[in-house]
Design a protein. Structure first.
Length: 93
């Protein structure tokens, strides 16, 4: 399956070579999670960030589907070192 990945701000350093200014395309195995995509990009497990799939915040355990867009954002203000890429909300996809 193929997904689009958009990395913002400081996370842009993990963008694959030849990906252009913002978006990259990743070929992933069926059933791959957000966390697996992050690891494939070389993003450390303990790096704080916000994961969004198709415009909705998601947990890193969320399974990705063919054609989806994964966007990753660093903390917008402050942040705590050593906090994995997670979010807090009442809505989970």
């Amino acid at each position: 399956m193929t997904i689009a990945v958009v990395l913002y701000a400081g996370l842009a350093r993990y963008r694959p070579a030849g990906a252009g200014d913002r978006a990259a395309t990743l070929d992933m195995t069926e059933g791959a999670t957000v966390q697996e995509a992050m690891r494939r990009l070389g993003i450390p497990d303990d790096l704080s960030c916000l994961a969004v799939v198709n415009g909705a915040r998601v947990a890193t355990a969320r399974v990705l589907r063919d054609g989806e867009t994964l966007s990753l954002f660093p903390p917008l203000a402050g942040g705590v070192g050593g906090v994995p890429c997670v979010w807090v909300s009442s809505r989970t996809i």
